[in-house]
Design a protein around this ligand. Structure first.
Ligand SMILES: [Zn+2]
Length: 365
């Protein structure tokens, strides 16, 4: 029988945090002897591990502990318009093996059967014991109802009310299916950052809100759908049918050059190509407008993610200045950050979301 204190310690550490025995006793409000007993049991079971010592100016240095990231694995999956990507990660979400296959989603039995084949082949190739896979996480570009287990809608695939049982049936692990932007949002979580809006600037624009380590889902599972906030009334037609949505101004399509490569645009920007500079000028202004509205509404940090967010580091100062023009409430615009996770964002986030969902399975024998 696992104690609830063991579970609380796991929950404390599941985003990579490191704590000493004293921290654990204090943070969980349990006596030192109880904390020591639970920590020893978790160490013995290999669930947590020693992670060095706290720096100290004198006396004995306190040891710190963290989750044993090698105790199990997560299978992460990402469905996109044309591909099925998969990865095996450790319990910190670090990618150990990755595969990209051309297997564009269609809601047909043959697609699910082939997915099952691809997963089995991939796991077998990694030579990792499937018994050690704690769960699977799947990133899907659609609105997911976590209570009814339904994909309510996906504009990308033009589908409505798809039962998630179709995935559960062919993926042989406990499965967490999440909206792609929600997965990306998980990928940014760390010890310092627990509340933020993740603005995903990709082929489509999306978003997700993390508040004190919990995703905000909204009444209809679409909280944070920032791509369809109108920033130019009667503006460009959005794929959703409305006019002037942020998506029509801030998705990668706006920046793509003839070769369809985003890097080409940023290379041209670096070499001060006048056309690219003009496009980027409008882009940053539109982004500043959206960010100022989102910050006014939510009063929280905004993390810029997706393919464009991952390239934003050197433009943040300029963006903050532009945002300041719309923001009369903040003394400094100090709430915009480029994303930290720049590669395999959705796979990493799907894995971390899965650990969040199935944390009790970390105590499995
Ligand atoms: Zn729209």
């Amino acid at each position: 029988m696992k104690s609830s204190n063991q579970m609380k310690i796991i929950q404390l550490m599941k985003h990579g945090e490191q704590y000493s025995r004293q921290d654990i006793s204090k943070l969980l409000g349990i006596s030192m002897p109880t904390a020591l007993r639970s920590i020893d049991e978790l160490l013995e079971a290999g669930v947590i591990t020693e992670a060095g010592s706290l720096s100290s100016t004198g006396g004995r240095r306190a040891k710190v502990f963290e989750l044993n990231k090698n105790r199990g694995y997560i299978l992460a999956l990402q469905v996109t318009r044309r591909h099925l990507r998969m990865a095996l990660t450790d319990l910190s979400g670090a990618i150990l093996h990755v595969l990209k296959t051309r297997h564009g989603y269609t809601d047909d039995l043959s697609w699910y059967l082939e997915m099952e084949n691809l997963i089995n082949g991939f796991v077998s190739d990694t030579q990792i014991d499937p018994e050690k896979i704690i769960g699977a996480g799947l990133s899907f570009p659609g609105i997911i109802d976590q209570e009814k287990n339904l994909i309510l809608h996906s504009h990308v695939f033009d589908i409505t009310n798809i039962d998630l049982d179709r995935f559960y049936k062919y993926i042989p692990y406990p499965l967490y299916v999440a909206n792609d932007a929600n997965c990306a949002c998980y990928a940014e979580q760390n010890q310092e950052k627990d509340s933020y809006l993740y603005l995903s600037l990709n082929e489509s624009v999306g978003g997700s809100i993390m508040w004190k380590r919990k995703l905000i889902s909204g009444t209809h599972w679409r909280a944070g759908e920032t791509g369809h906030v109108i920033i130019h009334p009667k503006g460009r037609i959005c794929y959703c049918g409305k006019e002037g949505c942020a998506d029509a101004y801030l998705s990668t399509g706006v920046l793509l050059t003839e070769d369809g490569e985003l890097d080409t645009f940023f290379d041209k920007l670096d070499s001060e190509d006048p056309d690219s500079l003009a496009v980027w000028d409008c882009y940053l202004d539109d982004l500043a407008l959206l960010i100022s509205n989102l910050n006014m509404l939510l009063d929280m940090d905004i993390v810029l993610g997706g393919d464009i967010g991952a390239r934003m580091d050197k433009y943040i100062d300029d963006l903050c200045l532009r945002t300041k023009r719309y923001d009369r409430f903040s003394r400094d615009v100090d709430y915009i950050f480029p994303c930290c996770c720049k590669e395999h964002i959705f796979l990493t986030g799907a894995a971390l979301g899965t650990i969040d969902r199935f944390d009790d399975r970390l105590l499995m024998d």
